[in-house]
Design a protein around this ligand. Structure first.
Ligand SMILES: [Zn+2]
Length: 495
């Protein structure tokens, strides 16, 4: 028995030291840090299916919290949820030429079902315009049937050659909204409205500042008139992540799928459409924007656990007292926060501290016999590591205040990072140098010519992320060809 006990302690101490050491520093290898932190924080795991990941309960709960926040914001604008088929027959997907051409390399096809060849292959939806628009054509007869405001939460498949958990996986989870309108103006207004919903959600709920703007012609959605985007800067290499897009599809899809309505003036017209999507890439963004060398830092508003209680006791005789105190804490905090208690007795307090830090829990609450005697508890902030001793009767109010402060602090830090790593550049060399050294985003004049954009992309790997809405027109010359330009564009490397 003694032998086993000694062996157990040894194994335990090995795994305890290994626990922290396994996470590489961000500065040494940010991509490896990202892979490590996802695995060690138990957000996701590799699956036997190439390119597909398994999202584990901790990661899925984070996603569920994200879904709940965004879903409420979407519904506030009058949109309702519905569900459309996972499969799209080839002939329907092929109806819109640019659309099928844009997605063709990424589409997975089902060719057999029920034991025999299908008459025509079915695509596993890469996005759902081609299955939703024909339904709108059926449902829309008159201007009274408009607008249609529908959102769908679901999964789609796009064949990815270089998968990365949450950022690029073969199958991914998202929402896609699809609306149908009587006028182009109304469709444009709706597509911009949904982009601002994304912006508020990312900034207020995920504490990720974004730059809203318009995509260039070459970067826009296949078949869209305009694509609007919110771009976020990640930590580490300061690359960009397209975090949500909204498309004004014009009447293009209306014409292709024959969505026609009788207008007030007695004329039959084609309807105008929008579509907009935000995926679980934002989980990747949350990891990369806020995380540090010790692991995740989850924004309190979406953190699966907001306060992790770590009871500390040595003597068995203290346990009953601690249990009673923890029950009182749970009762008082349960109303203001998502609280869990780590009662594991095969792990040291130090191990638990490291683990919940790694998992990004915003607040840790430590309580031992001396705290119980003094009618207090110790709170430790994940973002600043500040330790605060709080008397029991002030606990709930303090936790509520601290969670708000942590949320605001994460947003402030991320905003500072975006500001510190964005610069206006005047020469091509400057842009190329910034891209090569991961110095951050470059705001540069661009004439609008796709050839200049392609040259910059080929030579520096930096792409046009967006033409920011919020900028003053100024006269300049294109960074690639020298032709006149009136506006600056964000060039950055992107995930
Ligand atoms: Zn140019």
């Amino acid at each position: 028995m003694l032998h086993f006990a000694a062996l157990f302690r040894e194994v335990q101490s090995m795994s305890e030291t290994g626990f922290v050491q396994d996470l590489i520093d961000q500065d040494d290898d940010f991509d490896q840090w990202y892979v490590d932190v996802i695995r060690k924080a138990e957000l996701a795991d590799d699956s036997p299916v190439r390119g597909c990941k398994v999202v584990r309960p901790y990661g899925w709960t984070l996603w569920e919290n994200i879904v709940a926040k965004l879903d409420a914001r979407i519904k506030e604008t009058g949109v309702e949820n519905a569900s459309f088929p996972l499969f799209i027959p080839q002939s329907m997907l092929a109806q819109e030429a640019a659309h099928i051409e844009g997605f063709a390399p990424e589409v997975a096809w089902v060719t057999r079902g029920g034991g025999k060849e299908l008459e025509e292959p079915w695509a596993v939806r890469p996005t759902s315009e081609a299955i939703i628009c024909p339904m709108y054509a059926k449902w829309v007869q008159s201007y009274r049937d408009l607008p249609i405001l529908i959102n769908q939460w679901g999964n789609v498949v796009r064949w990815e050659e270089r998968p990365r958990a949450f950022l690029r996986t073969l199958e991914f989870f998202w929402q896609e909204g699809h609306t149908c309108h009587a006028t182009l103006e109304e469709a444009d207004e709706r597509s911009r409205q949904m982009l601002s919903v994304y912006q508020r959600f990312l900034e207020d709920d995920l504490a990720i500042p974004v730059v809203p703007g318009r995509k260039s012609e070459s970067e826009k959605f296949a078949g869209a008139l305009h694509t609007y985007t919110v771009e976020a800067m990640m930590g580490g290499k300061h690359w960009a992540l397209q975090s949500g897009t909204s498309h004004n599809l014009g009447d293009h899809f209306g014409k292709v799928f024959n969505i026609r309505f009788l207008d007030r003036d007695g004329e039959r017209k084609f309807a105008f459409n929008t579509s907009w999507g935000l995926s679980h890439r934002v989980v990747g963004a949350t990891i990369m924007v806020h995380g540090d060398d010790s692991g995740l830092k989850l924004p309190p508003k979406v953190a699966p656990v907001q306060v992790m209680v770590v009871p500390i006791w040595r003597k068995e005789s203290d346990l009953a007292t601690i249990e009673a105190a923890v029950d009182r804490i749970k009762a008082s905090l349960g109303k203001v926060a998502r609280v869990k208690v780590d009662w594991r007795d095969d792990r040291s307090a130090g191990f638990k501290f490291n683990e919940w830090e790694l998992k990004g829990v915003p607040l840790r609450l430590e309580i031992g016999p001396r705290d119980v005697a003094a009618d207090q508890a110790v709170l430790v902030r994940r973002d600043t590591r500040e330790k605060i001793t709080v008397s029991s009767n002030a606990l709930a109010a303090t936790v509520e205040t601290l969670l708000t402060e942590i949320q605001a602090n994460l947003y402030a830090s991320a905003t500072q990072m975006l500001h510190d790593n964005t610069a206006e550049v005047g020469t091509y060399e400057e842009l190329a140098n910034r891209a090569a050294t991961n110095a951050g985003w470059s705001l540069a004049h661009w004439c609008g010519d796709a050839a200049c954009e392609a040259k910059i992309k080929a030579e520096t790997k930096a792409t046009t992320r967006c033409i920011p809405f919020d900028q003053d027109m100024e006269n300049g010359s294109c960074i690639a060809c020298g032709n006149p330009s009136q506006q600056r564009v964000i060039f950055a490397r992107a995930y």
